[in-house]
Design a protein around this ligand. Structure first.
Ligand SMILES: Cc1cc2nc3c(=O)[nH]c(=O)nc-3n(C[C@H](O)[C@H](O)[C@H](O)COP(=O)(O)OP(=O)(O)OC[C@H]3O[C@@H](n4cnc5c(N)ncnc54)[C@H](O)[C@@H]3O)c2cc1C
Length: 275
């Protein structure tokens, strides 16, 4: 029977040395590692002594350490910045026991189709700070485009520029609260009276994994809020989905476009739309 060696580094350099060994990977919350199985691995690197568990706001940039759990991030933001979309999304993800295990770093490494992190990261233009073989800071698209960046890498923290003072909306499409979402909708807006200064919209869970709806953002930003009634929101919000337990690709595509429209009406017109 094969055994998996645990390593307990005290510094990032030491952790990276272990990660350079064959089939030795970081252990965040363990929720994905447990599901995928660890029998094929040679070793796991515990991250709990590396000090990657702080949440800071410096010069308007929010930094969340890789070892912070969804629950810790959601709780801190609920106190400090209750309207921040990141806190709203992570506080609604999965179940309480899961939120107390899933880490920001483990989540940004896997980015499953049901991720509650990826949509807020997309609308907040977040980046991922990595040490090790591919040390650097990556925007979300570059990180998603090249999965080889993960090998031998340790995610240190996630950066969110300009994360607060937005009107925010987050929707996760589920049948019951702790389900995996079949898609998520993230919307941020800034308004001045009836003028829309800026809108950002992202949908996750489709074939693109996460997509910013650029045409829609352009049509709405800089105009009057009433534009939401005049443009074809559904066409601009239509994207492709694969088949999921919750429905066919066509059904999910229709539902996601509908939820984008509802979200925009909530954020721009103040409408309260029931599900
Ligand atoms: C039942 C269940 C329900 C879930 N529901 C949701 C949900 O609704 N929404 C949601 O967003 N997520 C959900 N998840 C979580 C998601 O599926 C992944 O399990 C999670 O993103 C992994 O995070 P983790 O911290 O547990 O990572 P781990 O399992 O510890 O690690 C996952 C991978 O990331 C690597 N890794 C870990 N930390 C780092 C790091 N700092 N740097 C580099 N690589 C690292 C590991 O080596 C491994 O390859 C759910 C999981 C389960 C099991």
């Amino acid at each position: 029977m094969s055994t998996v060696q645990w390593y307990f580094p005290d510094t990032i350099d030491e952790a990276i040395m272990y990660l350079g060994r064959e089939k030795v990977v970081p252990h965040g919350g363990g929720t994905s590692l447990l599901k995928s199985g660890i029998a094929s691995l040679n070793g796991l690197v515990d991250l709990s002594r590396l000090g990657l568990d702080s949440l800071k706001m410096d010069k308007g940039i929010l930094e969340t350490g890789a070892s912070l759990t969804y629950g810790e991030i959601a709780d801190s933001l609920a106190n400090l910045h209750p309207d921040c979309i990141l806190g709203k999304a992570l506080g609604a993800a999965a179940s309480t026991p899961m939120r107390n295990r899933i880490t920001a770093g483990g989540s940004a490494s896997v980015f499953p189709l049901w991720s509650d992190l990826i949509g807020p990261m997309a609308v907040l233009n977040a980046s991922i700070c990595v040490e090790g073989k591919n040390a650097g800071t990556y925007d979300l698209n570059s990180w998603l485009a090249d999965r080889s960046l993960q090998q031998g890498s340790l995610i240190i923290s996630l950066f969110y520029p300009d994360p607060v003072d937005w009107i925010s909306y987050y929707h996760r499409e589920t049948r019951v609260g702790f389900d995996y979402p079949s898609f998520t909708v993230s919307i941020l807006a800034r308004k001045n009276g009836s003028r829309v200064e800026k809108v950002r919209v992202a949908v996750s869970g489709g074939l693109d994994r996460v997509r910013r709806l650029g045409e829609l953002e352009e049509k709405l930003s800089g105009g009057d809020v009433s534009a939401v009634d005049k443009i074809d929101v559904k066409r601009m919000a239509t994207m492709e989905f694969g088949r999921k337990p919750s429905g066919s690709p066509e059904y999910l595509s229709e539902m996601a476009a509908l939820q984008v429209e509802r979200g925009l009406r909530t954020v721009l017109l103040g409408e309260v739309v029931s599900r």
